[in-house]
Structures are given as C-alpha cells and as structure tokens.
Design a protein around this ligand. Structure first.
Ligand code: SF4
Length: 340
C-alpha cells in the first residue's frame, strides 16, 4: 500500500511517540511507496522514511547548505564546478527520504521540467563547451513520463553528443515498476554519443531487492556503468558491518560503491547525521577491512558551497570548542560543527 500522508501513515501502522508527534507543517511531506512500505519493519528503512518530531526540533541547520541557489544560471541548472552541471529535472520522488539534502525543493511544488525549460538548457549546453558531464537529478529523474524523458534526452544529445550524462535515481528501490520495456527503449533510442552512467542511491544492503537486482542486470547488459552514492546515516548504516554488507552486494550486482557522503548540515536532519569524529573512525575501519573495490570514497560536501572533498585527504584541525575547520577548494576556511 502506498502511503501518501502523515494521516495515512498513522492509520496504517503503530507509531512511536517521537514519530506520532511529527508535524508536516513546513517540512518534507510524507510519501512512502508500497515497495518501501513492505520493508518498514526493518529499522534501517523505517528511520529513512518515517519522520519523527526531531525533524521539527532541528532549527539550526541550513536550508541550502551547498549554496546551490547562488550557482544557478537557469532555474534548473546548478553550475558549481566548471566542467559539470546538475540539472534539476523534477521536484518529485517516489518516496521522500527524511535525510534529503534538497528538501527545500523536493515534494514542494511537484513540478517536472517543461519542454521550454529543456529547450533553454539544451541551448545552454551548446553555448558552454566547458561542460563535460551533466547530472540529471532532482528529485528523481525517472518521475518524468517516458514522453518527457525522451524529449529531454533527445534534445540534450542533439545539443551535445560528447557530454556524459549521469542518470541519478533512487527508484530502483523505491519504485522498480518504473523500469518498463518502454523506458529502456527510450534510453536505448537516445544512447548515441558519450555513454550514460547510472548513479544509484542504496544506503543499506536490504534496499537491493530482487527487483532492483533485475534492473541492475538489465542496465549492465546495455553496458551502462553503474555507481552507487550513499549517505552515512546514524543507526542506519554507520557500522563496518553495514558498509561491508552493502559493498559486497553492490559489487555482486556489478555496481561500484562510489561515494559515501557525510550528512549535509540540512535543517531537519540532525538526528540522522553521524558526528564527524565517528565518520573518520569508520572510514579508517573500512580502509583496514574492505578491498579497494569495496571501498567508497568517504566525502564531505562543505557548507557555504565549499564543494566536495574526500574526507581522508582534507586538511583540517579540531578546535577546542569542537568545530572542524576545512580549507575549501577555493581557499576559504569553512567550519563544520562536530554536532549541530
Ligand atoms: S530520492 Fe533523493 S531527492 Fe528524493 S527524497 Fe530521497 S534523497 Fe531526496
């Protein structure tokens, strides 16, 4: 059963006191697909999709920690690094993750990219030859209809055959039914030029269901490289065992564990964030125990738009008051609190 609101969630399952005191006002809405709902009895899934009052209580985080708004040349284009852009193709997802770093957008207006916006972005890609990669992200790219997706891929490929497009999605877990024969035909039809890369988000091994495995196999058979980006989440996947299990299952399905992200300082997500000192410990445990193939890069996306850094290669020091100081790629000193 698909759960579309807090009211339905309350009717459908017994909630703890912390969960039932959550208020939807000014927060990311509740949406849980039936695929996710089947697994809510697992704590690591429940914590990712069932909201708690702690979201409402966290008032200190940022709305837009990566400062994406200031790097947006067009409404749906984030051009933060010279050679790549992120294109917000949709504000919808099939389920809303409570840790979402774009919660300022996702589930708000429920818009998807229009044909006019696609035309404008195609023109932008034509005029910016420095762009070599484009992330088709959101929200979830695959919330677009087949028809709109075909228009988007056709227009972008027409504009630039040399750009590598990353197809960013969590739908292999949240809505595997979306990957129909027709959808694969659209992808195949528009696959000339540089290859697509599929970028999945699986945060725990349990999310790689049999249905997800079949879809991964299908992408592999089309020779689409697949990389997984996961988010480090407190009491979800913050142990060596969780990370080992996830990496093993990914590799068995021909997916490279690519990035494991430290949680961004997004308002409403503090209770899911792992303190940075624990992340560093875990990173060391993982380096000692996982193979090179199994090991993702542990990343931090600095607040104030400081950019992505590999955590183990960062130059930082811990201040007396427990704040970490990072040197961003553009030379600024940026603070990341141990516990915000
Ligand atoms: S699928 Fe991605 S964009 Fe959608 S809610 Fe989850 S993290 Fe956010």
């Amino acid at each position: 059963m698909q759960i579309l609101s807090l009211k339905e969630l309350k009717e459908h399952m017994e909630l703890s006191e912390d969960e039932s005191s959550f208020s939807e006002e000014n927060s990311l809405p509740v949406l849980i697909s039936d695929y996710v709902e089947r697994l809510l009895n697992h704590e690591e899934i429940r914590r990712q999709f069932v909201p708690t009052k702690f979201e409402n209580e966290d008032t200190l985080g940022f709305e837009d920690p990566q400062n994406e708004k200031n790097h947006s040349d067009l409404k749906r284009v984030i051009h933060r690094y010279e050679n790549r852009v992120a294109i917000i193709t949709s504000e919808r997802c099939f389920s809303y993750c409570r840790h979402c770093f774009r919660r300022r957008l996702t589930g708000r207006n429920l818009e998807v990219i229009s044909k006019k916006e696609i035309d404008e972005i195609a023109e932008y890609l034509k005029n910016h030859l420095e762009i070599k990669e484009a992330l088709l992200t959101g929200g979830d790219l695959f919330t677009l209809s087949d028809e709109r997706l075909e228009y988007l891929l056709g227009s972008f490929k027409n504009a630039r055959k040399d750009i590598i497009f990353r197809l960013c999605t969590r739908a292999l877990f949240t809505n595997p039914e979306r990957f129909t024969d027709t959808l694969f035909k659209v992808l195949e039809k528009n696959s000339s030029g540089a290859p697509y890369y599929l970028m999945t988000q699986f945060n725990s091994a349990i999310e790689i269901t049999e249905e997800a495995e079949s879809i991964l196999e299908r992408f592999s058979s089309l020779r689409v490289p697949i990389m997984n980006q996961s988010v480090l989440l407190r009491d979800v996947n913050d142990s060596l065992e969780h990370q080992r299990e996830l990496s093993e299952k990914l590799l068995r399905n021909r997916v490279k564990p690519y990035y494991l992200f430290q949680g961004d300082l997004v308002k409403g997500t503090r209770h899911l964030r792992v303190p940075l000192s624990r992340t560093l410990e875990l990173e060391e445990e993982m380096r000692k125990n996982l193979s090179g193939l199994e090991m993702p890069e542990v990343m931090i996306d600095l607040p104030e738009g400081g950019g992505k850094l590999i955590l183990s290669k960062c130059r930082f020091c811990k201040k007396e008051d427990g704040t970490w100081i990072f040197k961003s790629l553009d030379g600024r000193s940026i603070e990341y609190p141990e516990d915000l």
